[in-house]
Ligand binder design. Structure first.
Ligand SMILES: Cc1cc2nc3c(=O)[nH]c(=O)nc-3n(C[C@H](O)[C@H](O)[C@H](O)COP(=O)(O)OP(=O)(O)OC[C@H]3O[C@@H](n4cnc5c(N)ncnc54)[C@H](O)[C@@H]3O)c2cc1C
Length: 395
């Protein structure tokens, strides 16, 4: 297998580098570096999205007819890698990379015309209404009820852990339209405007101190039947399709590489502060283990994601990417916190309670805490392993 880039690909790499050098504003790079949450600030993400839309590079994964690029998998890989190296933020995937593929695959022509341009421009900011109190891993037991009333559904119940619901103007929801038979057979997929009367959002503050997730309540919310994606009671199929994109629709290895370069900078500083740092080589060995596994992840991503080039979906193999990405990201976060030691406290109690180091360093412990949730959201690590065992290994 030839893993070297061709002349054309190297020229493309130069073109991307030049574009980033000329168009990626420093305040966006800074906001991305100091971010400790799963997504960067909405304003930063949308500003960068608008710059990419203008260039025609916001959604390389989309077909060209809807505003995507005609890039090869190698070009998509190069673009993604260069963006991370330059410190650009990840665009918020909820609308762009999770809902949009479902609309493209199962939506009507009217729904494609109505929603895709607004997702691309950032006019619509979406959140994901899958989980409920009592329905997380066992998602099919969800209860949010949508009762038919002529050309509307009347929606009652609640969704929980809804990331960015307090910032979103739209939510895509799994709702129960039939309570008889197999639970999977009575689910539908609805698009709901958050400004509809009866929708309320309550914050949930995480242990990292962030307001990122919420509980969303629906109280007699009237939703047009035309907002349903696909057929009534067939929503489980569309929901699973979306999850494949949530779990493995991008190149995560770059993100980890980028974080490892920050880790190496911290290690260098630690060595300057204390020449005895890592004398026994334990930190270096942990880092080497991560880097070896990261190489394997990178190759697996290239292999699996090349299938997306033909408009395919990632398939259940996306669970392999999710399990490995989360494991490695958390290992890097943990090593960073260990390298920082007591200087990782935002207010260092030993040095008189003054803030320690720079904004980036202060974001490391919150990022470590925030990223513990990665083993839960998008389906827990245990659930991913169940999927790999059943759907990939056929056990
Ligand atoms: C920060 C964060 C953001 C989130 N964002 C969203 C969002 O935007 N939209 C949304 O819809 N949801 C969101 N979620 C919810 C997330 O998808 C669920 O938390 C997740 O699916 C787990 O469900 P649960 O919390 O009900 O845990 P449970 O399902 O109760 O699981 C508890 C534990 O039991 C284990 N377990 C359960 N069943 C099995 C099994 N069959 N085999 C082995 N182990 C099992 C799980 O792995 C877990 O460790 C978010 C969650 C978090 C933490």
């Amino acid at each position: 297998m030839n893993l070297n880039f061709s002349e054309e690909e190297l020229a493309f790499q130069q073109e991307v580098r030049q574009f980033l050098a000329e168009n990626l504003p420093p305040h966006i790079v800074e906001g991305t570096a100091n971010n400790s949450s799963v997504f960067v600030e909405k304003d930063i993400a949308l500003e960068w999205q608008a710059i990419l839309v203008k260039k025609g590079w916001a959604v390389p994964q989309w077909p060209t007819e809807h505003g995507g690029t005609d890039w090869t998998p190698a070009q998509k890989y190069i673009f993604s890698r260069e963006c991370y190296h330059a410190g650009a933020p990840m665009l918020i995937p909820l609308g762009l990379l999770m809902l949009a593929p479902v609309i493209m695959a199962f939506g009507t022509e009217e729904q494609k015309q109505e929603y895709l341009p607004k997702i691309l421009s950032g006019e619509h900011y979406w959140c994901q209404g899958y989980s409920e109190p009592g329905a997380g891993s066992d998602l099919a037991s969800l209860k949010l009820k949508a009762a038919r009333d002529g050309e509307h559904y009347i929606v009652n119940g609640s969704k929980i852990w809804t990331t960015h619901a307090h910032l979103a103007d739209h939510i895509f929801c799994l709702v129960r339209t039939n309570s008889e038979g197999k639970p999977q057979a009575g689910i539908s997929f609805l698009l709901i405007d958050m400004n509809t009367p009866g929708v309320t959002v309550e914050p949930i503050i995480t242990m990292a101190g962030d307001h990122e997730v919420n509980q969303v309540f629906f109280d007699d919310v009237r939703v047009p039947v035309s907002n349903r994606i696909g057929e009534e009671n067939q929503g489980w199929r569309y929901a699973k399709y979306l999850l494949e994109f949530e779990r493995g629709g991008g190149f995560s290895a770059h993100r980890i590489h980028h974080e490892i370069s920050n880790l190496k900078r911290l290690m260098k500083e630690a060595r300057q502060d204390n020449p005895a740092f890592d004398k026994d080589g334990i930190v270096a060995r942990r880092l080497a283990r991560i880097e070896i596994d990261l190489k394997a992840l990178e190759i697996t991503e290239l292999r699996l994601l090349s299938s997306l080039n033909d408009g395919g979906n990632p398939g259940p193999e996306s669970s392999i990417l999710k399990v490995t990405t989360v494991r490695l990201e958390q290992a890097v976060n943990e090593l960073m916190v260990d390298v920082l030691g007591y200087t990782g406290f935002e207010m260092n109690p030993i040095e008189g309670g003054n803030p320690v180091r720079d904004d980036y360093t202060s974001s490391i412990v919150p990022r470590y805490l925030n990223n513990r949730a990665a083993s839960i959201f998008g389906g827990s690590q245990e659930i991913q392993r169940n999927i790999i065992a059943k759907m990939v290994l056929g056990l």
